[in-house]
Each structure stands twice: as C-alpha cells, then as structure tokens.
Write a new protein. Structure first.
Length: 249
C-alpha cells in the first residue's frame, strides 16, 4: 500500500507538470531570447518567423493617408500582476481604440518593459509601456509608448499604479482608484506602424503595431522602483525581413 501511495503522488506531480503550458523562458542565459525558438515547438515562430517584434524605428515611409488613432478609454480599477517576467496591468472591459477609422480593438492590458522594446534609430528609451488591444474577432493591435527619464517629472498614472506594485512573482494587487490608460498617451499622436508579433513566447505574428513618436517622461524614482523588480525584461530588435515601417506624420 505504501508503494502504491508513493506511486500516486508521483503521478500527481507528473500530471501537474504536464498541465503547464509551454516551456519556461526568460530574458537571459540558457532560456533567453536567443534560444526561445528552441525551447518548445510552440515557440518556433520566435526563431523562424519573418514578422517578429520589436523593430528599430528607422527609414519610415510617410503615408499621409493613415488616419489618427481614436482612443475611447474610460476610468476604472486595474489589477496589477507580477508575472515573473514583468508587470502587467489588467483593465476592466469598456475601453477601446479605433484604427483606420473603422477597426475597433478593445483594451485588455498594459505591459511594462525596462528598457524599451522598440528602438529609434538604434537608441533605447528607459522604459516602454505596451497597450495591448484585441478585436472581437481575435485580432491583436498593440500601442507602444516609450518613456524617458526626467528626474523631476513623474508620470501621474504610474504614481498611482506604482503605489500598489506586487513585489513577488505570482502575486497581484488591486488598484481601486479610478484610473484611465489615457494617462499613458502622449499629446502628439504621431506614430510609426508595422505588422509584427507578440514580444514573448510563443511570438505569435499578425499583430498590428503602433509606436508613438513622442516619448513620455518617467521620474528617476519611478524608473528605480521598476528596475528594482526587473532590471531587464526586453527582447532585442528583430530582423525586418523587408517589412515597411510607415509613419502617419
């Protein structure tokens, strides 16, 4: 009987492991971005895809027919999650954006990265927040906002969110204040756009990216707080494979 119980326990542990989705990955070392595509067959696009993100914003083609992005964000509570790879702010339903004057994408979450994912002519910003949207048909559109340290200019929305930062991986914190993701949009809405991918495994492609040309400021203290949790959680720029980057202005 004793051996039977031990066998059941081992089977139970094996069952939990089998239920996990995808291989473990990280931002450095043996499970870092350079080997993501070899960690799991589900991650093959990370290595073999030709529409991977992020990209370096340079040599953009001006297309004056591109319409401004429309943002319809409502204030509400958010839930911060420390995923072990970064900080994600999950938003309640109701906020959305419109691209091309007719395509609606619902705001799902805010992903924070240090330093920035996207470079501009080879230069990194101090942080990046990616506003992740998804249409009712399952299509993804992500708006990237680069943030640059300005010692005396804290971002008001970050000041509210950072007061509730979950410090340990796997934990969450509820932000009950009514906050709007609009606090992370620059005044100048000029953008670069291209077709890319998700930034983390499985690196799924066919994602519409909009990278704002104007940076927002983040204070030194706000930057220090995030870097204390995640010193580096970005993927290196990827090969464009002939893709065009377009600019609306």
């Amino acid at each position: 009987m004793r051996h039977f119980v031990v066998l059941l326990l081992l089977m139970g542990v094996g069952g939990v492991g089998a239920a996990q989705s995808g291989a473990n990955w990280s931002y450095e070392g043996r499970t870092g971005p350079l080997v993501w595509g070899r960690l799991d067959r589900a991650y093959e696009a990370c290595a073999k895809g030709h529409e991977q993100s992020p990209l370096d914003m340079r040599n953009a083609h001006l297309d004056k027919s591109l319409l401004p992005l429309e943002f319809h964000y409502v204030a509400g509570p958010m839930t911060l999650e420390n995923t072990g790879h970064g900080i994600v702010a999950h938003v309640d339903p109701g906020s959305f954006m419109v691209a091309d004057g007719l395509h609606r994408y619902n705001l799902v979450e805010l992903d924070f990265h240090h330093p920035s994912e996207h470079t501009v002519r080879g230069k990194l910003a101090d942080m990046e927040v990616d506003l992740v949207h998804r249409s009712d048909e399952g299509k993804m559109a992500i708006v990237a906002v680069r943030m640059t340290e300005d010692r005396g200019s804290p971002n008001a929305l970050l000041a509210t969110l950072w007061a509730h930062l979950p410090m340990r991986p796997g934990t969450t914190a509820k932000v009950t204040d009514l906050v709007s993701a609009g606090g992370l949009l620059p005044g100048d809405r000029g953008y670069w756009t291209y077709v890319g991918s998700e930034l983390t495994p499985p690196c799924s492609e066919d994602v519409r990216w909009f990278v704002f040309q104007e940076d927002l400021s983040v204070s030194r203290e706000q930057l220090r707080l995030f870097a204390g949790l995640y010193k580096m959680n970005t993927r290196p720029p990827q090969d464009a494979h002939g893709r065009k980057i377009e600019a609306n202005e």
